[in-house]
Design a protein around this ligand. Structure first.
Ligand code: CA
Length: 243
C-alpha cells in the first residue's frame, strides 16, 4: 500500500532509458520515461516526480539548462535531481552541481550505484519517502505496518487518508495549501479538483475520532496538523478527592 517513489527519467537514448526504467521498477520505484526537455516539462507540470534522473546531453535544451529552470521554479525547487552524463570531466561535474543537481553520475554506471544514489538524494531531500514511522503528540503513524494509533489505540484510516496523514505528520505545524497537498499526496495538481482535498480531510477527521482537532483548517490558506490541538488527557480519578 506504500506509495512508490515517482522517478522521472529524462534520457534520449531509448535503450538506456528502458534499462534504467526496468531496474527502477524491480526495485520499488515508479519510473516515467521522457526523451527531451519539452516532454520532461509537460510531465513535471502534470505530475510532480519525487526524483528526476536527468541526462546532460539532450536534443533541444541541455540537462543543465533544465536543472537550472527547475531549481528556480517554486513548484520544483525541492525535487531532487540526479544528473546523468557520459562525460566524466571535472568541470562538467561542477557545472552540473552549479545548475542545481543534487548529485552526478557518470555513464556507464552500475544499477546498484544508481539505486544507491537515488535513495541517498531522497533521504536528504524527501525523508518521508524512505522514513517509515512518525509521531506527532500522541498520534503515531507507521508506514511499514500501515498502522495509525492515538494513545496506543489503533485507528482505521483509508488509503488516501493514510497518505494525506503521513504527509501532514511528516510536515507538522506547517500550513499546506490544497494545491501543495494535491502535488505531494496525489502527485497531481492539474487534473484533480482542490475540493478533493477537503473531502479526504473530512474523512480523515472522522477516522481520527477524538484526535480530529489536530487537523486544523487555516482559513484561506489550507490545512495544518498540529500537536497543540491534541485533546487533553482526562484526569485519572485523582482530582475529585480534593473537594
Ligand atoms: Ca543523451
Amino acid at each position: 500500500m506504500r506509495k512508490l517513489p515517482r522517478v522521472l527519467v529524462v534520457e534520449d537514448e531509448p535503450s538506456i532509458a528502458e534499462l534504467i526504467a526496468v531496474n527502477l521498477r524491480h526495485n520499488g520505484f515508479a519510473p516515467t520515461i521522457v526523451f527531451d526537455g519539452a516532454a520532461a516539462q509537460r510531465e513535471v507540470d502534470a505530475v510532480l516526480p519525487d526524483v528526476i534522473l536527468l541526462d546532460w546531453m539532450l536534443p533541444g535544451e541541455s540537462g543543465a539548462v533544465l536543472a537550472r529552470q527547475w531549481r528556480k521554479s517554486e513548484r520544483t525547487k525541492t525535487v531532487p535531481i540526479l544528473m546523468l552524463t557520459a562525460r566524466s570531466d571535472e568541470s562538467d561535474k561542477v557545472q552540473g552541481l552549479d545548475a542545481g543537481a543534487d548529485d552526478y553520475i557518470t555513464k556507464p554506471f552500475s544499477t546498484q550505484e544508481l539505486l544507491a544514489r537515488i535513495r541517498a538524494v531522497l533521504r536528504r531531500r524527501a525523508p518521508e519517502i524512505v522514513n517509515d514511522s512518525v509521531q506527532v503528540g500522541d498520534l503515531t503513524l507507521d508506514a511499514a505496518t500501515y498502522r495509525v494509533s492515538f494513545r496506543g489505540r489503533e485507528l482505521k484510516v483509508g488509503p488516501t487518508e493514510f497518505k494525506l496523514l503521513h504527509y501532514l505528520m511528516k510536515h507538522a505545524e506547517r500550513v499546506h495549501s490544497r494545491g501543495t497537498l494535491l502535488d505531494k499526496v496525489w502527485g497531481d495538481h492539474v487534473f484533480i479538483e482542490e475540493r478533493t482535498v477537503d473531502v479526504h480531510v473530512k474523512r480523515l477527521r472522522e477516522s481520527l475520532g477524538e484526535a480530529s482537532t489536530m487537523v486544523e483548517t487555516v482559513r484561506g490558506a489550507g490545512y495544518r496538523l498540529t500537536a497543540l490541538n491534541s485533546p487533553a488527557r482526562t484526569a485519572q480519578g485523582s482530582t475529585l478527592s480534593a473537594t
